[in-house]
Ligand binder design. Structure first.
Ligand code: SF4
Length: 365
């Protein structure tokens, strides 16, 4: 079985888990213009943008030899739950041959979850599965910690682009780690690399902090959000995302155990419920909750990313003016699709950063 997965964020983690479970892994290429073009060509025009990019990504993975696509499912009133069916049909009709293994929440269908887990683990012993899960979980935590540091340091780096280069090196270092001890060593080596980056001294009251919220795929995958974190870092802004893999895994695992679930994400959902009382799918509630949370934590502004055609984030966008007014926090909403241009977006982001800088100056004086 040659397995691939949708390309999203720090893919080294998904690759590692599948490898440790004894699979031959085909990592799809980083989404590029070709990926988007393929996705747009074969997907329905009205589909949301992530579906199109993932279509292109699957085709590129199959071209590289993948025969099985491993992905997460979805439920609730958004289209994520139909992704697998739509992708399966597109690939079949266009003559791309691949099987799907779809992981839905075990709370929805425990038997199906176990059936899929057995397919993925093959002959791997239960002992090895447990130790692999522990190693990968530890790796997720360490990589998320490092990425949060990267998102701060980048704002003050002396040599433009150095932090991004170091972050790429860090992911390569982690790619070579297969045990908890090796992950520990990779973490220490990565911290040393980050410590070596020369940064400018900026006084605390001059630092700008922006939170990025929105639909998970466009928030986490830089190649389709026009490298928003880098763009902001280059403008001297510290960044934090609403979605990190570690938080998502913890929250998803404990979502049906309210007494044990003390995750930050749970608080975020509660904050979001005030504005969106019912589940409308996607991450709309979290997007709203995170805006409130960023305000409470003293962030200077928020950038809201929504894929074109995403209904939950359309609802978030309609609520943003109310939250922004009530909490006095500037929020810039950006819709992303295959037509989104870098120059146009950069101009809007620069204007937004100027606005929050001015606002901060006024507050201090
Ligand atoms: S959250 Fe939005 S972009 Fe994601 S699957 Fe649902 S509708 Fe599509």
């Amino acid at each position: 079985m040659k397995v691939a997965f949708p390309y999203m964020g720090t893919t080294v983690i998904y690759k590692k888990l599948l490898e440790l479970l004894g699979n031959q892994v085909v990592t799809p290429p980083k989404p590029s213009q070709r990926t988007i073009d393929l996705g747009v060509k074969y997907s329905p025009e009205f589909a949301c943008f992530p579906l199109k990019v993932i279509t292109g990504s699957y085709i590129e993975a199959i071209e590289k030899g993948a025969d099985t696509l491993v992905t997460s499912g979805g439920n609730g009133p958004c289209r994520a739950g139909f992704y697998e069916k739509v992708h399966r049909r597109i690939l079949e009709e266009e003559g791309f041959d691949a099987d799907f293994i779809v992981f839905n929440s075990p709370y929805l269908d425990w038997n199906n979850f176990i059936k899929n887990a057995k397919k993925i683990k093959g002959d791997t012993s239960v002992f090895k599965v447990v130790s692999s899960l522990k190693t990968v979980f530890y790796m997720i935590k360490k990589l998320d910690d490092l990425e949060k540091r990267v998102q701060k340091i980048r704002a003050y780096e002396v040599t433009k682009g150095q932090t991004t280069k170091v972050w790429e090196d860090i992911q390569s270092i982690f790619d070579k780690a297969y045990t908890k001890k090796e992950v520990q060593r990779a973490y220490i080596e990565s911290m040393v690399l980050l410590d070596k980056i020369k940064t400018k001294e900026v006084k605390e009251d001059k630092r700008l902090r922006i939170g990025i919220v929105g639909e998970i795929y466009v928030v986490m995958e830089p190649t389709i959000n026009i490298k928003m974190e880098e763009m902001l870092g280059n403008l001297g802004v510290e960044v934090e995302r609403s979605q990190y893999l570690y938080d998502w895994v913890c929250y998803s695992t404990l979502s049906k155990m309210p007494l044990i679930n003390k995750t930050h994400e749970k608080k975020i959902v509660e904050l979001g419920e005030e504005y969106i009382p019912i589940n409308i799918g996607g991450h709309a509630r979290q997007s709203v909750g995170h805006i409130v949370d960023y305000h409470n934590r003293g962030f200077d502004g928020v950038i809201h990313l929504m894929p074109f055609g995403c209904l939950p984030e359309l609802v978030t966008q309609s609520i943003i003016p109310k939250i922004s007014n009530e909490l006095d926090i500037p929020v810039l909403s950006l819709s992303l699709d295959e037509q989104t241009g870098v120059a146009n977006t950069l101009t809007r982001v620069e204007a937004f950063v100027d606005l929050i800088k001015g606002k901060k100056r006024k507050k201090i004086s």
